[in-house]
Design a protein around this ligand. Structure first.
Ligand code: SF4
Ligand code: SF4
Length: 250
């Protein structure tokens, strides 16, 4: 708003109370785009990890921020502590290959400036500094990363089970399987006020999940072991119904 927080922050910067103004945004891709294009912010903080839970890489937000010269800070690099091996959850510190792969995966992106994993102990800080000096991930290490995440057998932030790795593609019917699952996760996991974003994403799919002929090709390649044809059927049912309900209310 004209007299909102941004105005106060700009005055604070003019008075020398602060040096820089950044913004943190969750979920709404259009708002992220607006913030970047406004030219008002020097940094943007986004939730991102190999699962791309909010679609900031897939929707070109990381790239856009880079084009505008805005510093990109990554939060939730381990999906709120979920992207760790069992031993780490049990209290072991350091040398967790999954944690190392996740941080290296993020730092390998030239659209990312820095990453801020949560740390409680000095040993965790030392481990993360060590990882920051490691080289970018190779393709083989990337495959191993998704195999490790799949082996956890968990669902992640917003109920996400699909790892968005795209190893299931191409589908002979042209179904963009990870995009279908992303729309579903958004619809189920996002708060009510932004659920419509999921329906717009679903509507924009060129090939809808009903086109699946259950050939099974995709399932053989999925590191998360998802029964893809079955899940596609469920997604279509839920999202088609939600779209119908939305139309009947408008
Ligand atoms: S099972 Fe369905 S989604 Fe999977 S590859 Fe075959 S047609 Fe595509
Ligand atoms: S369905 Fe499986 S293979 Fe396809 S993107 Fe998701 S996790 Fe990867």
């Amino acid at each position: 708003s004209p007299n909102g927080a941004l105005k106060a922050l700009k005055r604070a910067r003019q008075e020398g109370l602060i040096d820089h103004i950044g913004i943190t945004i969750h979920r709404d891709i259009d708002v992220m785009r607006m913030a970047i294009e406004s030219g008002e912010f020097e940094t943007i903080m986004l939730a991102y990890n190999p699962l791309d839970p909010e679609g900031v890489e897939r929707e070109g937000i990381l790239k856009l921020a880079k084009e505008y010269g805005i510093g990109v800070i990554i939060m939730k690099p381990l999906s709120g502590g979920q992207l760790v091996l069992h031993e780490t959850e049990m209290g072991r510190v350091g040398n967790d290959p999954l944690v190392r792969y996740c941080l290296r995966y993020i730092l390998s992106k030239d659209t990312v400036d820095t990453v801020i994993p949560g740390m409680r102990r000095m040993e965790e800080l030392e481990e993360n500094v060590l990882v920051a000096d490691m080289p970018p991930l190779t393709d083989k290490e990337k495959e191993e990363l998704f195999r490790l995440i799949g082996s956890l057998g968990k669902s992640f932030r917003y109920g996400q089970m699909c790892l968005r790795c795209e190893y299931c593609l191409p589908c002979p019917q042209g179904i963009r399987i990870p995009d279908v699952f992303r729309a579903y996760d958004m619809y189920v996991g996002y708060p009510d006020e932004v659920k419509h974003l999921a329906l717009r994403l679903y509507e924009a799919l060129e090939v809808k999940p009903e086109a699946c002929i259950k050939c099974g090709t995709c399932m053989k390649r999925c590191p998360a072991g998802i029964n893809i044809p079955e899940k596609l059927r469920e997604v279509a049912e839920v999202l088609e119904k939600a779209i119908q309900q939305e139309k009947s209310l408008s």
